[in-house]
Design a binder for this molecule. Structure first.
Ligand SMILES: [Zn+2]
Length: 376
């Protein structure tokens, strides 16, 4: 079975969601791993949902982690799929089509193929293969892999996640977060606005202040990621056309660069903006209802994994705008970068595809990575 054939099989299992049901595919992968001599186990995370972890050369010291997710996003309107139906992988003009072809059953197949090709070699250090549920469909079950100690730094010195990056080496990405602010006013009949305080007007003052905050953030960009951004993406205020609104809630979406990952940092910015509004306007009242902040990825440029891949691919590392499981592994002591075949441009689209050329390059790169980390 070649990587293309394996990818077709992976695509044939409908693991789209929500709700995704990865279990049958997880079982297939477990059997594949056992067939190539790996020690493999299923980790049931929920009804019909499972991660799979395989280890070759177990106990021979921490080596390489290769990890991919096995769920895919929903196929969407079937009439938009012109080359094939979503769960039937088809090769046409040098491309493999199907849901997950690039995100990321093609890349998953590249890992499996690379592991199989070298599975009979003598492993000096352990190779760990992890296939996770719920990355794109809710659940984020990579957390269970780590919480239950299925993959630890005793298994792997570092990791690669082959999310489609056209084999670019992504060592950094932003963390995602959110802030909810309630701006308070005073209700009155809209024919007598002077008797009330319009919370929507006050919220617009705060938004103005936040544009100032953004300008300030723009002055200290990360070299690969640009600046942290704070965007108001939802606004909810008022309840009747003839009443001056007494409440307006702003939902802010943040994308945080390294150094900004503590919730207290975001909270501090908003507090300052609220204080600035209050200094100009004693009627201004607002409360921060909640702050969340997700860790960014920031694997150092001189780390072993980045050096290995830059040397092999002759490319400089870069950053990405999207969030990945690499953060979870890195936080668990396994510095993990993104580097995989296929383009993110084709992810989540109808007629999703990966070029066979990219797929081959993926297999070659992962084989070479396994060789250098686990065999030499
Ligand atoms: Zn993905």
């Amino acid at each position: 079975m070649t990587a293309v054939e394996t990818a077709k099989t992976l695509i044939s299992y409908d693991t789209s969601g929500p709700p995704a049901r990865e279990l049958p595919l997880a079982k297939w992968i477990r059997d594949y791993l056992e067939d190539i001599g790996a020690h493999a186990e299923l980790q049931i995370v929920e009804k019909d949902r499972a991660n799979v972890i395989g280890k070759i050369g177990e106990g021979r010291g921490p080596g390489l982690l290769l990890s991919g997710h096995i769920d895919v996003v929903l196929a969407g309107d079937p009439s938009l799929w012109r080359v094939t139906t979503p769960f039937e992988g088809v090769v046409k003009s040098g491309r493999l089509y199907g849901r997950g072809a690039c995100d990321m059953k093609g890349p998953d197949a590249a890992i499996l193929e690379a592991a199989k090709a070298l599975s009979k070699e003598r492993f000096k250090r352990q190779l760990t293969l992890s296939f996770t549920a719920g990355e794109d469909t809710g659940g984020w079950y990579v957390k269970k892999v780590i919480e239950e100690g299925r993959v630890t730094k005793r298994d792997a010195r570092f990791g690669i996640i082959p999310e489609p990056s056209m084999m670019e080496i992504i060592r950094a990405h932003k963390g995602a977060g959110g802030i909810k602010v309630m701006v308070r006013g005073r209700a009155a009949h809209s024919s007598r606005p002077e008797l009330g305080v319009n919370a929507i007007n006050k919220a617009s003052d705060l938004l103005q202040e936040l544009r100032g905050l953004q300008k300030k953030l723009n002055e200290t960009p990360h070299p690969l990621l640009g600046p942290t951004t704070v965007e108001c993406t939802l606004i909810n205020g008022g309840f009747k056309a003839n009443i001056i609104p007494d409440q307006c809630t702003l939902t802010l979406n943040t994308r945080l660069i390294p150094g900004h990952e503590k919730p207290a940092v975001s909270r501090g910015w908003i507090k300052e903006a609220i204080q600035a509004c209050r200094a100009k306007d004693p009627e201004f009242k607002a409360d921060i209802l909640g702050v969340t902040a997700g860790k960014p990825l920031d694997v150092p440029e001189d780390s072993e994994v980045v050096r290995l891949l830059t040397k092999m691919l002759k490319k400089q590392p870069t950053g990405a705008p999207y969030y990945t499981e690499a953060v979870n592994y890195t936080a668990a002591g396994i510095p993990t970068v993104i580097c995989g075949p296929g383009s993110i441009d084709q992810a989540h689209t109808p007629d999703e595809y990966i070029t066979l050329k990219q797929l081959e390059l993926g297999v070659k790169t992962f084989k070479e990575s396994i060789r250098q980390v686990c065999l030499l």
